[in-house]
Design a protein around this ligand. Structure first.
Ligand code: TMP
Length: 219
């Protein structure tokens, strides 16, 4: 394995990707895993909500559309946090302790943006629950893939063939609030966040992501 700066308190490297609907996180995450592995790193990719069998069951509840009983905003928040607690304890922390690179498609910043900003739940409650669910685990690097909302929704619509899940079926204003929240988070914590535009080609975006990762970890 190549030498690299080891910034995580847990032993490995923890990278998260965030962004609105249709911003292209999953294909870049797969490509980044291959890039790490080609350099001799052991790399795990995972996602939120989900990542373990139990957390994936909670994901299905959260994303199910057309249920007879509308989900309350607080229930939604607590389910995201329940899935996260399981994910951190059962998958992320053990992988980091084993010295692996863990790349997660979303983490607690999504809760800050979607449930805190867009659903307008109390930010202090959201911050506290994020802390409790992760037992204060924070990513070493968070990459926000930024895209105008209309473009992201059009891409997501193509990908899902018009059948968006519950969280993908909100109003345009909701996703504008999500986008603004991510950009505000990046301004407030510039050490951890990097904003990468995903408006260009896949190749351009991935090259920018690689530049960020190499610069941050000295790889
Ligand atoms: P995905 O479509 O990127 O897989 O994410 C699932 C949806 O769940 C997406 O619309 C974002 C939303 N979400 C939240 O609202 N809060 C959260 O904490 C997380 C992790 C995801």
């Amino acid at each position: 394995m190549e030498q690299y700066l080891k910034p995580s308190m847990e032993g490995g490297i923890f990278i998260t990707f965030e962004g609105g609907e249709g911003c292209g996180k999953s294909s870049h995450i797969k490509a980044l895993k291959e890039w790490f592995e080609s350099r001799g790193f052991s790399c795990v990719i995972t996602r939120e909500p989900g990542g373990t069998p139990l957390a994936e069951k909670i994901r299905a509840l959260l994303l199910e559309r057309g249920s007879d009983e509308p989900m309350c905003a607080l229930t939604e928040l607590l389910l995201f946090e329940a899935a996260r607690a399981q994910h951190v304890e059962a998958l992320i922390r053990p992988a980091l302790k084993a010295g692996k690179v863990v790349i997660s498609d979303r983490f607690y910043d999504s809760t800050t943006a979607y449930q805190g900003a867009a659903r307008a739940l109390d930010p202090k409650t959201v911050a506290l629950l994020n802390k409790v669910a992760t037992s204060s685990l924070s990513p070493d690097l968070t990459i926000i893939l930024d895209l105008p909302v209309a473009e992201g929704l059009a891409r997501a619509n193509l990908r899902d063939e018009g059948a968006a899940d519950r969280m993908g079926s909100q109003s345009t204003d909701f996703y504008e609030a999500v986008r603004k929240a991510f950009l505000d988070l990046a301004k407030a914590e510039p050490e951890r966040f990097r904003v990468v535009s995903s408006a260009g080609s896949k190749e351009e975006t991935f090259n920018e992501i690689l530049g960020v990762v190499r610069g941050k970890f000295g790889i």
